[in-house]
Design a protein around this ligand. Sequence first.
Ligand SMILES: Cc1ncc(COP(=O)(O)O)c(C=O)c1O
Length: 383
Amino acid sequence: MRLDEKFHLRIPGPTPVPPRVQHAMNRPMIGHRSAECSRLVLDGSRRLRKVFGTREDILIITGSGTSALEAAVSNAVAPEEEVAVVVTGAFGDRFAQIADRFGARVHRLDIPWGEACSPDRLSRFLADRPQVKAVFLTHCETSTGVLNPIRDLASVIRDRTDALIIVDGVSSLGGVPCAMDEWGIDILVTGSQKALMLPPGMAFVAVSSRAWEVIRQTEGPRFYLDLRTYREQLQKETTPYTPGIAHLFGLEAVLDMIEEEGLENIFARHRLLMEMTRAGIRALELPLLTEDAVASPTVTAVRGGDDLDVSALQQELHRLGVIVASGQQYLKGKIFRIGHMGYCDPLDILTLLSATETALHRLGIPVQWGAAVGAAEEVWSRV
Ligand SMILES: Cc1ncc(COP(=O)(O)O)c(C=O)c1O
């Protein structure tokens, strides 16, 4: 038996929305210029600062994560300017594509998918390109499950160049520590539907004072995503255009939940979920795409191989009510990805691993019953 409304969404975004957040989003609609809406915008903008690790206000854009990537590019880079983009997977590639589309001269540093960019590698790359005006990085590369060492990469960029440091934190913020001000990040962006436990459709951007200087002078077309307008309107306690008001209701509930659990506890929970997942997958003798040292606490990629058709496994899991994601671009059909961020706890991982054992068995692959679940429980028991 399978209940159609009961399934386990274990993809790396969108992630499950907590009932409390869903409930908050059902509030009756209000006007976007009302005092209540202003309160929600200001409150959300200020309380999100801790998640970003910044003293700057957080700008709220109604749009998906990519709108924030595009805002970062179109506001900070003028046509013909030289920029560097570190590409560790599909989302680094997206930054490069956006920069290219906006007429920037893009220097790509391509890292094999599944690996992180090391500070040494970036240092050597920038040694030949000290003139770049911005360097684009991806914190968690969702397509591979790699967590790039942003603090160390930012330090290399500061040493080698005067470039703005622009970071995609879409699948890391709220699940992984990120200290924008301390690490010297100039523009940090994220989306609503990952560790922030909201539905898709809202994006958040923080900008350093150094970046505001550049943005003020950057020429090039932009309208809906002109960050100067968002800043001016935030000073007037509002947004330039009608915001996703239901998302603002939900954001308030999310921030309550984050503050109640505490960021440090949230980060520890995500690390535990990652370790349980990896231990379980290893116990099934399935190869992980990433090394432990660069593995992201929010998403884990598992390789297929001669014995395992990952698409078939994904379908079998789906029949059992567990939804995982496939690989992107040339990793399609080669890996599957498990999201373990946001509203996710250890029992969710045990469910996923139990279903994986059953799915493998149904595919005719020998499994030792309970091996994955047991390995994950063992990790959990150490907490
Ligand atoms: C790291 C990263 N950047 C950007 C995006 C794009 O976000 P959206 O699909 O909301 O536009 C995603 C979405 O998966 C992501 O994981």
